[in-house]
Write a protein of this length. Structure first.
Length: 449
């Protein structure tokens, strides 16, 4: 038992030595040298607040307060490097783990990374040399990526590397656990499998998903979203998208939308929630821009659509079709059984054609255009059935804004109704409206005065 006691004392002494020795070893003299070498490599100013060594739980070196770039394009709270001590005696140094805490990565840094990581071109006929330093794994904790108009994080990352420092596998999980992604290299491409629950898009429209599954293949030229499936706002969405970034940014894709609550979707898109109901659509879209930030501005989308059991807020089409002169009620709305048509969205302008609305005794069809500023223009032809006798169709001009729409009879219909009422009384209103509408169509439709 004596050897056991002696061994315990020796082990305890070694642990004590590892814990106390770093207190007497100062590495700050190397800070200026490291700053100069890294700055020359990146061609950017580099600042380091401190450098120290540690002995427990394993011998390691910690670098604190790192900033890169004139405007702190990259900021790191702390980097801890744990090497394989025996490898320091060989030609290839091995680092077990690099741990990066509190990383802040900006858009400027992302744009510069391809230049920073570009290696020296190999000379013709020169054999490739093994790396002088190999890293087994990289651990990233509490990282944040700050883009120009959005931010992603905080998140944690794990990277496992091969002997030649190439990526073997990587994983990303947000600090709240709502998003998880696995990245696996396959030859010259990367396969990404991501899954999210109760998660809101950090970039672009703030669309909230109850669940989202995405499978992507990424290359140097672009990304192919082969499978997108999600549940949101009481419905589902599925589709495929291709994004390429050579000579500008190009986006193409298609989707199927089933039973999504339209009011919630409009609010997420930053549009006035002027309509509710269950949306069915099959959009096909494309966009081509100089950069990813301009894609939404130049997006072109086409889709048939069908909205069921909904409410159109801000206007009462039935009231507009039966009352030539009225005061608009702020609570006006049109409840409908079905609203269908075809939508073309181009650079922010939305054109609705082949519109068809059914709401009890009311039916209507027409076309409406919404400008990028949400201004309305168009025409709707209404028809109301009463006592098995169809009232004359009343054409309505559409104007105003999405939040405050205005429906008024066309000039011909209003003039005919006024003349019919003057000659025949209330019974002549419908007759005059019908005659005015026919005369208007004969002399040029919407433009007749």
């Amino acid at each position: 038992m004596k050897w056991l006691k002696v061994g315990g004392l020796v082990l305890g002494g070694l642990i004590l030595l590892l814990a106390v020795a770093p207190l007497f070893i100062s590495l700050n003299d190397y800070v200026l040298l490291i700053e100069a070498q890294v700055s020359a490599k990146l061609k950017e100013p580099v600042k380091i607040a401190g450098l120290r060594a540690g002995g427990l739980p394993l011998p390691h070196v910690t670098v604190e307060g790192i900033s890169i770039g004139k405007t702190d394009d990259i900021a790191i709270g702390r980097v801890t490097i744990t090497p394989d001590l025996w490898s320091l005696l060989g030609s290839t140094k091995v680092i077990h783990t690099i741990r990066i805490d509190q990383l802040v990565l900006t858009q400027k840094a992302i744009d510069k990374i391809p230049v920073w990581t570009k290696g020296e071109p190999a000379k013709p006929g020169e054999p490739s040399q093994p790396p002088t330093v190999t890293v087994k794994s990289i651990r990233i904790d509490n990282a944040v990526v700050k883009l120009r108009k959005a931010a992603f994080g905080p998140f944690h990352g794990r990277l496992m590397l091969n002997d030649d420092n190439s990526l073997d596998a990587a994983s990303i999980v947000t600090a709240d656990g709502k998003l998880k992604a696995l990245i696996k290299p396959e030859r010259s491409q990367y396969r990404v499998d991501a899954r999210a629950r109760d998660w809101t898009l950090p970039i672009g429209p703030a669309i909230h998903f109850d669940e989202l599954v995405v499978k992507v293949v990424v290359t140097l030229k672009g990304a192919n979203f082969r499978n997108i499936r999600g549940s949101l706002y009481g419905g589902t969405i599925a589709g495929r998208t291709t994004l390429s970034w050579q000579k500008g940014t190009r986006l193409t894709g298609n989707a199927s939308i089933y039973q999504v609550e339209l009011r919630s979707l409009l609010q997420a898109l930053g549009k006035p929630p002027s309509m509710s109901g269950k949306l069915y659509a099959r959009p096909v879209f494309r966009a081509n821009a100089a950069g990813a930030g301009q894609l939404l501005k130049v997006l072109h989308l086409e889709t048939p659509f069908d909205v069921q059991n909904g409410v159109l807020r801000g206007v009462d089409i039935s009231d507009a079709a039966t009352s030539l002169f009225r005061d608009k009620s702020p609570s006006a709305e049109t409840r409908f059984d079905q609203l269908s048509g075809h939508l073309v969205l181009d650079r922010g302008t939305r054109r609705f054609t082949q519109l068809n609305i059914t709401a009890g005794s009311l039916s209507a069809d027409g076309r409406v255009t919404i400008s990028p500023e949400d201004e309305l223009s168009g025409r709707i032809d209404t028809n109301i059935e009463a006592s098995k006798v169809a009232a004359a169709s009343l054409p309505l001009n559409v104007s105003g804004t999405v939040e405050s729409p205005i429906l008024l009879p066309t000039a011909g219909a209003a003039a005919g109704a006024a003349i019919g009422t003057a000659i025949l009384g209330p019974a002549g209103t419908v007759i005059g409206t019908a005659i005015g509408s026919k005369i208007e169509q004969f002399f040029g439709g919407d433009t007749a005065q």
